[in-house]
Design a protein around this ligand. Structure first.
Ligand SMILES: NC(=O)c1ccc[n+]([C@@H]2O[C@H](COP(=O)([O-])OP(=O)(O)OC[C@H]3O[C@@H](n4cnc5c(N)ncnc54)[C@H](O)[C@@H]3O)[C@@H](O)[C@H]2O)c1
Length: 352
C-alpha cells in the first residue's frame, strides 16, 4: 500500500480518489483534519476497504512509526501542510509547526522505518514530497519561467516554510540516502477546493450575490493547473522519477487573476445567468493588496515532459469549465464547507 498524508485536503483528496479509481493498491490516509481537511470529499470511499483513514499529525513520533510498522507502505506521499498564504501572514506559527517541524518528524519516522526494510524493499521505497512553485519567489514580466535549478527565494511565511521543508527532504536524501522525490507545482484548481482560495471563492460569492474580491490591480500572474493533471504528474513521478530528483509541475497556463475572475463570470453568465440578466462581472470589487504579494509565478515543466513524458490533459479553458460545472452540481459538499468556521475567516479577511 501507499501512505498519503493530508489526503482529506484539496489535492490529497483528489489524489486518493483518482488513485483508487485507477489502481487497486490500498491507501493509508493520515490527516489531522484541520479546517482544510474534509472527509466529505472522500464520502465515496466510506465502505471501500482499500481506503484506511487515520486522523493524526505527521509530526506525531509515536503514531507515525506505529502506522508504518503496521501497514508497511512501499511509498509515502506527503501532501500534509498548512497551505494558505493569507493565513500564514496572520498566523505563521502553524506553518512552521506543520510544514517544517512536522516534515522533519515525518522524515525521521520514515527514515527509521525505511532503514529497517529488507534491501529490495529499501531500494524501491520512495518518499514523495509535494511542494509549490512559490518557493522560487516572484518573477518579473519578462523573466523565464522557474526551472528546477532556480534558487529558492520565498517571500511569504507559507512559501518560506515550504522551502524549508524542501531543503530538509533534500538533506535526508544526501545525508541518509532516503530515496526522495520532490515536486514543485503551480497553482491548482478543480473540484473539492476549499472556498478561501481565489477560484472557488469567486464561484461561490458570485452565486451568492456577494462581491468578488480581487487583490490590488488583479494583475498578479499565476500558472494554473487542473488538479487531476497534478495528481497524474505525481503518479508519474512516483513510478518513474529518479530518486533524489526535483520535478516542476505546471500547466503552461499563465493568467492574471483578473482574467481568471472574468472567465469564471463569463461561464457562470452562460450556465447560470443572474435573474436580472446582468453579468456576474458587475460584482467584481478591488480590495487592498496582500502584503508582499508575489507578482508572477510561471513554471517550466519541461524536465517532467522530456524525461517522464507527462503533459497536462486539460487546457485552462477546459479545466475551468469543468470546475465551474462541478461547483454548480455539488451543493451538498459546498454547504457542508460553508457552514463551518470558513465563514468567520472570510468575514475577517474580506469584509470590513
Ligand atoms: N493548492 C495549490 O495550488 C498547491 C500548489 C502547489 C503545491 N501545493 C502543496 O500541495 C499540498 C496540498 O495542498 P492543498 O491545496 O491540498 O492543501 P489543503 O490545505 O487543502 O490540505 C492540506 C491537508 O493537510 C492536512 N494537514 C494539515 N496539517 C497536518 C498535519 N500536521 N498532519 C496531518 N495532516 C495535516 C489538512 O487537514 C488538510 O486535509 C501542500 O503541501 C501544498 O503546499 C498546493
Amino acid at each position: 500500500m501507499i501512505l498519503v498524508t493530508g489526503g482529506a485536503g484539496f489535492i490529497g483528496g483528489n489524489f486518493v480518489l483518482d488513485w483508487l479509481a485507477t489502481s487497486d493498491e490500498p491507501v493509508l490516509n493520515l490527516d489531522k483534519l484541520t479546517y482544510a481537511g474534509n472527509l466529505q470529499t472522500l464520502a465515496a470511499l466510506e465502505h471501500d476497504a482499500r481506503h484506511v483513514f487515520v486522523r493524526g499529525d505527521i509530526g506525531d513520533t509515536t503514531l507515525v512509526p506505529a502506522l508504518l510498522a503496521r501497514h508497511r507502505p512501499r511509498a509515502v506521499i506527503n501532501f500534509a501542510a498548512e497551505s494558505h498564504v493569507d493565513r500564514s501572514i496572520h498566523g505563521p506559527s502553524e506553518f512552521i509547526q506543520t510544514n517544517i517541524v512536522g516534515t522533519f518528524n515525518l522524515l525521521e519516522s520514515v527514515r527509521g522505518y525505511w532503514s529497517a526494510l529488507p534491501e529490495s524493499e529499501r531500494i524501491s521505497f520512495r518518499f514523495l514530497h509535494v511542494s509549490t512553485d512559490e518557493v522560487y519567489g516572484s518573477l518579473a514580466p519578462d523573466d523565464s519561467p522557474f526551472r528546477e535549478t532556480n534558487p529558492h527565494a520565498p517571500n511569504s511565511p507559507y512559501s518560506a516554510s515550504k522551502a524549508a521543508s524542501d531543503h530538509l527532504v533534500r538533506a535526508w536524501h544526501h545525508t541518509y540516502g532516503l530515496p526522495v522525490l520532490t515536486t514543485n507545482c503551480s497553482n491548482n484548481y478543480g473540484p473539492y477546493h476549499f472556498p478561501e482560495k481565489l477560484i472557488p471563492l469567486v464561484i461561490l460569492n458570485a452565486l451568492a450575490g456577494k462581491p468578488l474580491p480581487v487583490y490590488g490591480d488583479g494583475q498578479q500572474v499565476r500558472d494554473w493547473l487542473y488538479v487531476k493533471d497534478h495528481c497524474a504528474a505525481i503518479r508519474c513521478v512516483l513510478e518513474a522519477g529518479q530518486s533524489g530528483q526535483t520535478y516542476n509541475v505546471g500547466g503552461w497556463n499563465e493568467k492574471p487573476n483578473l482574467e481568471v475572475v472574468h472567465t469564471i463570470c463569463r461561464i457562470l453568465d452562460e450556465l447560470r445567468p443572474r435573474a436580472d440578466s446582468q453579468s456576474y462581472a458587475s460584482q467584481i470589487t478591488f480590495v487592498a493588496d496582500r502584503p508582499g504579494h508575489d507578482r508572477r509565478y510561471a513554471i517550466d515543466a519541461s524536465r517532467l515532459a522530456d524525461e517522464l513524458g507527462w503533459k497536462p490533459a486539460e487546457t485552462f479553458d477546459s479545466g475551468i469549465r469543468k470546475t465551474v460545472a462541478w461547483y454548480l452540481d455539488n451543493d451538498a459538499w459546498i454547504s457542508n464547507v460553508t457552514s463551518g468556521s470558513y465563514r468567520d475567516w472570510i468575514a475577517r479577511q474580506y469584509e470590513g
